[in-house]
Design a protein around this ligand. Structure first.
Ligand SMILES: C[S@@+](CC[C@H](N)C(=O)[O-])C[C@H]1O[C@@H](n2cnc3c(N)ncnc32)[C@H](O)[C@@H]1O
Length: 227
């Protein structure tokens, strides 16, 4: 159901695709000329950089069974035969911790459908490498990256035996035993780990947990390498 201001906002966005903002109970629209047929109360020149400004205002809306929103706020995932719709608590917790970090180069270990790699790329992490044991996961990650308009360097690899790309940050949403076995092999200073219950914590010499997120009995940790 579309109600009240939401319906008006959608109508205005239809007429003024360059942008619409809600300001003090009225709507401001971005247009080359003052709009005809509307009760215009004020006309202002817009400052440079308004395109980015209005992006911060433009959020998605739920319309019936659909969520309609701007590309920088959305990730479309077809998991195919790979793990990772984005709904699992471990995926959400990893993404929550990732958003607390400054963008840098990143390795997504066990990328599955590519959901975390794509989110990282949309957050400005670059380059983003994804690895997974499963060929179907690599296929799915590359296809989902294409659909979402981001670049992911994905290839099949076993994080426990193959050489790993050197990056600033790594993600590892895999089981606890795999996390603990791969930590000594990582060539990075920070890693977000998940894939285990909130009663568990990775315990590996040299790595210290500096942040944690928990939900629905699951956990994710941000670990840093002690100098
Ligand atoms: C729980 S899924 C996580 C998928 C996705 N990153 C997410 O957060 O939704 C774990 C993935 O790790 C992969 N995996 C497990 N052990 C691995 C290993 N040793 N090396 C590389 N990938 C591994 C699995 O194939 C699976 O796709």
């Amino acid at each position: 159901m579309i109600v009240g201001g939401e319906a008006e906002l959608l109508l205005l966005l239809h007429i003024f695709p360059d942008g619409v903002e809600e300001l003090d109970g009225a709507f401001a629209v971005y247009a080359d000329e003052p709009p005809i047929g509307f009760d215009v109360v004020q006309v202002d020149d817009v400052p440079d950089g308004w395109e980015d400004e209005w992006r911060s205002f433009h959020h998605g809306v739920k319309i019936g069974n659909f969520w309609v929103g701007p590309p920088w706020e959305s990730i479309v995932i077809d998991p195919g035969r790979a793990f990772g719709t984005g709904a699992h608590p471990t995926t959400r917790l990893t993404l929550e911790l990732l958003q607390r970090l400054e963008p840098a180069s990143l390795l997504d270990i066990g990328c599955g459908s590519g959901v975390l790699s794509i989110a990282a790329a949309k957050l400005g992490f670059e380059p983003v490498h994804g690895i997974d044991l499963d060929d179907a996961a690599i296929e799915s990650t590359l296809e989902n990256a294409r659909v979402n308009g981001v670049e992911i360097h994905a290839h099949r690899a076993d994080a426990l035996t193959d050489e790993l790309p050197r990056t600033d940050v790594a993600l590892a949403n895999v089981q606890l035993d795999v996390v603990e076995r791969l930590l000594p092999r990582l060539q990075c200073g920070r890693v977000i780990t998940s894939g285990y219950l909130d009663r568990d914590r990775p315990d590996v010499e040299g790595w210290t947990a500096v942040d944690r997120a928990e939900a629905d009995g699951w956990a994710a940790d941000l670990l840093t390498l002690r100098p």
